[in-house]
Design a protein around this ligand. Sequence first.
Ligand code: ADP
Length: 301
Amino acid sequence: MQNEKENKTDCSPEQCETCGDTSCASRQGGRPHSAPVQDDARLKARLNRIRRKIIVMSGKGGVGKSTVAVNLAMSAMLAGQRVGLLDVDLHGPSVPTMLGLVGCRMEGGVDGMLPVEVGGLKVLSTGFLLQNNDDPVIWRGPMKMGVIRQFIEDVAWGDLDLLVIDVPPGTGDEPLSICQLISDLEGAVIVTTPQKVAAADVRKSINFCNEVGVKVLGVIENMSGFACPKCGEVTPILRANGGRPMAEEMGVPFLGSIPIDPLVAESGDDGKAFVESAASSPAAGAFREIVRELALGEKNA
Ligand code: ADP
């Protein structure tokens, strides 16, 4: 019943004026009838200049979703692509910390707000809008959707080969807004950890993608074994085998496994992408395979 309401976007503007259904997606979603037509044109114009758009999701928090998003974006940039990273983890933005951008603020330009740039990577995060980094964001669903729309429409992203979008864990307002706003979203990368209990949550993310018509590009199993910092050997410490069989069972690609590697956590805390700062680590090696699978370094992919 709830799904029916969420999907109801084909009613007429006149119906919206008289209908009392405040949960309807036509009111709450990315394309409310009340939005001026020129705004849709503005949104489309921004999106048309971005060749590939990929969303990074997870069923649970703390599985390494933001780490993956940051390192996917950085890997593509290091391969010569023009890349943006949009952090719509509105309540818990960790991208500024992971890229050493805490305290950075966005500035206005002639063509809209300017993303913060780090070594050529264009980054936008709610963290750049907070007065104080410890301030909580207290926004309800419709407001979040409006803010996310502005993050695309009012920001001078320019011409990009790739936009990586980091959303909060689960299947709430933020991933829904992205899927509604970006009609040519290439697909979703879903991050999980090896345990069966984590894989169960990923099924929900996959089903969410199926419901909203977004392709699942594949599943990444993070924290899959421990990479010894001395010899590089990878030892399974969490009960493994959650990600791959679950992906097979759900009929989506399995993109690869990344071990727990102290260098990954250190890089994140130090504001660096591990694919660059710990390029010779087992985790970075595993990550490069995933980047190849997704063809992120290829100009014409
Ligand atoms: P999420 O976005 O899913 O909440 P994060 O990307 O913020 O997760 O990661 C949570 C913590 O785990 C961070 O401190 C990050 O550096 C660390 N981490 C992520 N992946 C790994 C890994 N493969 N090895 C070691 N630490 C990791």
